[in-house]
Unconditional design. Structure first.
Lengths: 325, 263
């Protein structure tokens, strides 16, 4: 029987969303090719997570070891090398997340297994897969295929696949002994550190005005800040603005920053990189101002304004001030 | 501390109009401006900061044609000491796996304590080369690093996770780190600065210099093949507000009023 194995991703006692997304997609692929969907869970004291995974897979492959308490690419790859070598799944699915990006490429190379990273589409094609990826920062899609025969490994972009509700599977928990020993590691997990909290909690605001790379210089930030002030809204931003140290990390909306769900989100000079959209697509109404009519932000926004933010933003600010009086 | 930094020259597409070329397998790059990959700009800056603090040297390594010299010279102007370009028609079509293989063979010939690479490239976005390179070299790695503290024969690296969380790991040297944007503030390089390094030697190595066979590199040595590229399907898309700025502002005001944006 062919197997598709999803590597469960969890952190601090919680399964991450990409795990459910992979299980949903993995089950669809498995059903299409007459394979079993399985999930591998590595950790310590993760029985509750294993129980939660049961309805989503035929088998939950549970590897418990105190050395797996926190994620470490080195221990993960030792365990998964043995698991994949023994079970020979036709396809291994891993999240293209901070966790998956840290271990999947190395695991694939070690197992001499063809790998396609950051996929947003996976289709079965004869005895292989056709994959869709995004290139050039999401401006172009690419269809890629494997040049070699399986088994294959694919990393999946978080948020790319919906979780489709299906009847529960009677998953069986299979405990697998850990191959880890007390042999020293070249990489050791020390601790988690939270980013410093911002002065304003952008996750609690009803209205957010958010600024991106299009603002060009730090000296221009006040143009957008004044619009935020007129609305009584905090100023948020996209990643490049934080990378350039123009605004603090606490203001950042996106995968590596905050996830926000305001009633209204005004995106100013933000092109809409995937990792930004992942943090704000839950907003009630999105208004985007950008000079590039093809910017991806316009495909998630309900309202779009194509034009020069330096001309448009001050006029909107004045209108709001005048009408509020 | 001797540091090797792997870099890539990429087309700048953020603000550009993109068209698919006749082959249907890539974009038309004729009108595009090329520059050092954004992630690599932070990687080279980090290497130079470490060199300034701890001594040693920084070697820039890149796979690419003669055009790549432009980005290599930018790194030299920033403060890198040596440069190697890996160039061979056989490298054409390399995916992340094949690229890492070529880089690994070049690195085996150089003494090093630390290897830095950008977390991913702006163009193909594999996010795979640095971590794969560590496997080929048999040394530890950490991906998505946004802070480094070197301590003798090891270092502490902060890995950027989701939601503002960071993971601190301790890692023995030599190691590979993939660098995340925002780790530092890359220095500005003037045209004068680039002119000053115009004559600096960039060593060129090809397949036969690297103990590699042509079938191990390029498209032949790759795991994946690009079949076609296309512009992403546009969703329902936004309702576009048009007119004079005053008219647009009035429409925005109405939307804000309607959707709970005015408090």
């Amino acid at each position: 029987m062919k197997e598709i194995i999803v590597i469960a991703e969890h952190r601090r006692g919680e399964l991450r969303d990409v795990t459910w997304e992979m299980l949903s997609k993995g089950r669809q692929l498995a059903e299409g090719m007459g394979a079993d969907i399985e999930v591998a869970l590595l950790g310590k004291g993760v029985n509750q997570l294993a129980e939660a995974l049961k309805p989503k897979a035929k088998r939950v492959l549970l590897i418990e070891d105190a050395r797996l308490e926190a994620f470490n690419a080195e221990t993960y790859n030792k365990v998964l090398t043995q698991l994949i070598t023994e079970r020979k799944p036709f396809l291994t699915l891993i999240g293209h997340s901070a966790t998956g990006m840290d271990f999947a490429p190395r695991l694939a190379a070690h197992l001499k297994m063809p790998l396609a990273t950051d996929c947003i589409g996976i289709e079965v094609k004869d005895e292989t897969f056709s994959l869709t990826r995004q290139i050039y920062g999401g401006k172009v899609n690419a269809e890629v295929s494997f040049t070699k025969k399986g088994p294959f490994m694919v990393t999946v972009r978080p948020g790319a696949f919906p979780v489709v509700e299906k009847e529960a599977l009677a998953g069986e928990i299979v405990s697998i002994p850990s191959p880890l020993t007390d042999e020293g590691l070249a990489r050791r997990f020390l601790e988690y550190v939270e980013a410093a909290a911002g002065e304003v909690d952008i996750t609690q605001a009803d209205v957010l005005v958010s600024v991106g790379r299009g603002i060009k210089e730090v000296a221009n930030i006040p143009i957008v800040k004044e619009l935020a002030d007129a609305l009584g809204a905090p100023l948020a931003c996209s990643r490049p603005v934080v990378d350039k140290k123009w605004l603090p990390k606490g203001c950042q909306v996106g995968t590596s920053g905050k996830t926000v769900k305001p009633k209204v989100y005004i995106a100013v000079g933000i092109s809409g990189a995937f990792q930004h959209i992942a943090g704000m697509k839950g907003a009630g109404t999105i208004i985007a101002i950008n000079k590039d009519p093809k910017a991806p932000i316009f495909s998630v926004a309900q309202y779009g304004i194509v034009g020069d933010l330096f001309k448009i933003v001050p006029v909107i600010k004045n209108k709001i001030k005048a009408m509020k009086k | 501390m001797n540091i090797i930094v792997c870099i890539k020259r990429v087309p700048e597409t953020t603000d550009a109009d993109i068209f698919i070329d006749k082959s249907g397998k890539d974009i038309d790059k004729s009108g595009l401006v090329f520059d050092l990959n954004e992630w690599d700009t932070y990687a080279i800056e980090e290497a130079i900061l470490l060199k300034e603090k701890l001594g040693g040297s920084v070697t820039v390594l890149s796979m690419g044609g003669e055009d790549t010299n432009e980005s290599i010279r930018k790194c030299l102007a920033m403060g890198a000491d040596d440069a190697i370009r890996l160039s061979d028609p056989a490298f054409t079509g390399s995916d992340g796996f094949a690229t890492a293989k070529v880089l690994a063979e070049a690195i085996r010939k150089i003494p090093y304590d630390l290897i830095l690479a950008g977390t991913q490239a702006e163009d193909d976005g594999y996010g795979q080369v640095g971590v794969t390179l560590a496997e080929f070299l048999g040394i530890p790695h950490a991906a998505l690093v946004n802070r480094i503290e070197v301590q003798d024969k090891k270092l502490k690296a902060h890995r950027e996770l989701e939601g503002g969380l960071e993971e601190v790991v301790e890692i023995d040297l030599p190691a590979v780190l993939t660098i995340q944007t925002g780790i530092n503030e890359p220095r500005y390089v003037s045209i004068m600065g680039i002119r000053k390094v115009a004559k600096k030697e960039i060593k060129v190595l090809k397949t036969s210099d690297l103990n590699l066979k042509p079938e191990e590199v390029g498209a032949a040595g790759s795991d994946i093949r690009l079949e076609k590229v296309f512009l992403p399907p546009v969703g329902e898309g936004a309702e576009m507000l048009e007119g004079k700025p005053e008219d647009i502002a009035a429409k925005v005001f109405d939307i804000l009023k309607d959707k709970g944006g005015l408090t």
